[in-house]
Design a protein around this ligand. Structure first.
Ligand code: ARG
Length: 258
């Protein structure tokens, strides 16, 4: 199932979310990572993270304002208090947790490769076969993500090329400058539709999120400034409620085709 069943929310319920909050919660997101966060033609942020953010703001009696910027710059901007929260499909990793407080997870996510359809690695059924096969090859990832860190650790002979946006990555994949891409499973499924199933395919092998928590993290969570313990408590309590009452499940069914 999509959500961790091990969430323990009972103790958080006591904190409630009634207390007065800032009128507007500012939320940093990347906006180019379907189906997590996208910007539509009218400039509105949509996607799973937009729905989670909107539900969270409602629960906390605040208006929501999304601020869109490069994934790589979200943590520095949270540090600088440019916004209150990060909601951007961001995985809770020990490295990031040194700089950011994370909420309880609101999703879990695996990772997968998009490869040229004729790649012999498509059918590989274990991690080492893929990593060995990618030696000397170039794989595209979004800059600052867990996916770059994972490949650097597990496939040190692979060149990892960082892209600020998936659109830039797509141009290089189409032009044959990349031997594949690596990202979250749900994002890669959408990406594959864009690059075209006649030339590319998902690897058979799914890299479980739990396969290397040090780099891939412990699920997707909301980022909160280290200084704001009170906001973290409120966000956790609100997420517990939204998980309990089915709001998170409804949003995941809407965006993840499950
Ligand atoms: N889950 C991955 C990470 O935390 C990728 C997230 C990318 N998110 C985005 N909105 N572009 O690094």
């Amino acid at each position: 199932s999509f959500l961790s069943k091990t969430l323990i929310c009972a103790s958080l319920a006591l904190l409630g979310s009634q207390a007065a909050m800032a009128d507007t919660l500012k939320i940093g997101t990347e906006g180019g990572y379907p189906p997590w966060s996208m910007v539509d033609a009218a400039g509105k942020v949509t996607g799973f993270d937009a729905d989670i953010g909107a539900a969270l703001c409602k629960e906390l009696n605040s208006d929501c304002k999304f601020i869109v910027q490069a994934f790589d710059s979200l943590i520095p901007s949270l540090d600088a208090k440019r916004f209150d929260l990060i909601i951007s499909g961001m995985s809770y990793t020990p490295e990031r947790a040194k700089r950011v407080n994370f909420s309880i997870p609101y999703a879990v996510e695996d990772a997968i490769f998009v490869l040229p359809k004729n790649s012999e690695l498509i059918g590989a059924d274990n991690e080492q076969t893929i990593f060995d096969g990618l030696a000397g090859k170039t794989i595209g990832v979004q800059g600052g993500t867990t996916h770059g860190a994972f490949l650097a650790k597990k496939a040190p002979k692979t060149t990892v090329k960082n892209y600020e946006t998936l659109d830039q990555m797509q141009i290089d994949l189409d032009a044959g400058r990349l031997n594949g891409t690596f990202a979250d499973l749900t994002s890669q499924s959408k990406f594959l539709h864009k690059v075209g199933e006649q030339n590319f395919a998902l690897s058979k092998l799914v890299i479980k999120g739990s396969s290397d928590p040090e780099t891939l993290g412990y699920g997707i969570a909301v980022g909160i400034h280290k200084d704001n313990a009170e906001l973290k408590a409120k966000v956790d309590a609100a997420l517990c409620k939204l998980i309990d009452d089915g709001t998170v499940k409804t949003a995941s069914e809407k965006w993840f085709d499950i």
